[in-house]
Design a protein around this ligand. Structure first.
Ligand SMILES: C[S@@+](CC[C@H](N)C(=O)[O-])C[C@H]1O[C@@H](n2cnc3c(N)ncnc32)[C@H](O)[C@@H]1O
Length: 384
């Protein structure tokens, strides 16, 4: 594919049926603005001039012409559509794909030098993390246990897990059984941070910690900011923030604050966050053969707003605050390789450990509640 003036261009060969093709091309060119998209036919080839295009419209026009002229399956027009569909880099403007200069306004000259001058993730630069990673003792490997994570994690060596993915209790006052939820916020963060400190210690150099969290808006506690601040003060690189859109517009509460008045309106939220941190290095080493994310998944998931419905089986599993398997699957495939070790220190009924195992990762899970751990083990054994 080349660039000519304001167009991206490519060609396909013309079959014997040149006369019919010429008619098709005339018909297509009538439908699009010449400066945005047009086709030229020579004796042997059709050249495509691509600047901006409503691809769905082109597909419609092509399909009508295929019917009208009874074109064979792999005809030139379908080849052109396929080739355009395979172009992954484009911007979108007013419903049209823009293939040329779409990122012009975003280009910053001397970008690398400017990053150096600004000092990217300055808060995490002066860390004393060891770069030497250790193996996880086999007694922890692929286990789910009843334990207070603050104690259990102390038994694990430094730098021994690749990814921590977890959702701590949010302190909303839910009924968890063993764990008392809804305590004084200072106590809550003190305990949470003692566990997260251990998580940082056991994470490998270049490993990641992803925390799913929902602020308690009605208490005006931005837990996602407070947690991110904690990790950054502990020299972790804040690498991503994913917005998990649950689309639960029928959320039960009906509070408006000051109804129809700016005096104190109450806003409503249908999403949670996943804050992702890296230890020491943004890059996580791994063999590309062990990466299992597909190109379609990668393209979709790097858009950091994920629309995923909340878990529907909470009643069945008797747990009040599970996240859905789809969420765990995305985090695990996007941030770890197969055979990596995934830890969840607040494992609940084991969504993380189940998905990690299904995706050929090793796992370690802890939860204070035996009834949840029993269910997590059943899920791993494929019983539920
Ligand atoms: C939000 S839930 C996690 C649910 C999990 N993501 C799932 O899908 O099943 C938090 C869990 O943390 C557990 N927990 C609370 N304090 C803990 C602690 N100190 N150590 C280990 N687990 C704890 C609770 O029992 C609860 O199951």
């Amino acid at each position: 594919m080349e660039y000519r003036e304001d167009f991206r261009t490519f060609s396909v060969l013309v079959s014997e049926n040149r006369e019919v093709m010429s008619k098709c091309i005339e018909a297509i060119n009538r439908e699009f603005l010449k400066g945005q998209f047009h086709l030229e036919i020579s004796q042997y080839e059709i050249t495509v001039f691509l600047n901006m295009l409503d691809l769905e419209k082109l597909k419609g026009v092509v399909s009508a012409l295929e019917t009208k002229y009874s074109l064979p399956l792999n005809n030139e027009l379908s080849q052109i559509v396929r080739e355009i569909e395979s172009i992954g880099s484009y911007g979108v403007k007013a419903g049209k794909r823009s293939y040329v200069h779409y990122n012009r306004e975003r280009k910053v000259s001397g970008r690398k030098q400017k990053v150096l001058e600004r000092g990217a993730y300055f808060y995490a630069q002066e860390n004393d993390f060891s770069t030497v990673n250790n193996s996880l003792p086999t007694r922890f490997l692929d286990t789910v246990s009843v334990a207070d994570s603050q104690e259990a994690l102390k038994q694990m060596p430094d730098n021994c897990v690749d990814l921590v993915f977890t959702s701590p209790p949010y302190n909303f006052g839910l009924d968890y059984g063993e764990h008392r939820d809804g305590v004084d916020w200072n106590l809550y963060f003190e305990k949470l941070f003692a566990i997260f400190k251990e998580c940082i210690r056991v994470t490998k150099y270049g490993g990641r910690i992803a925390v799913n969290v929902q602020p308690l808006y009605s208490d005006f506690i931005p837990a996602h900011h407070i947690i991110s601040d904690f990790f950054m003060r502990n020299r972790m690189i804040w690498r991503n923030e994913i917005l998990w859109e649950k689309n639960n517009y029928n959320a039960k509460y009906t509070a408006w604050g000051s109804w129809k008045s700016p005096s104190n309106p109450y806003l409503k939220y249908t999403w949670e966050f996943i804050e992702v941190f890296s230890k020491g290095d943004l890059k996580h080493p791994g063999e590309s053969a062990l990466s299992d994310i597909t190109d379609t998944e990668f393209k979709e998931w790097v858009n950091a707003k994920w629309s995923i419905a909340p878990e529907k089986k909470m009643k069945e599993y008797n747990h009040p605050a599970m996240f859905p398997e789809k969420l765990a699957e995305r985090v695990i495939k996007l941030f770890s390789f197969q055979e990596d070790i995934v830890l969840d220190p607040f494992n609940g009924v084991g969504t993380t450990t189940k998905v990690a195992s299904r995706l050929n990762r090793h796992y370690v899970g802890f939860d204070v509640s035996k009834k949840y751990v029993d269910i997590a083990i059943q899920r791993l054994e494929g019983q539920s």
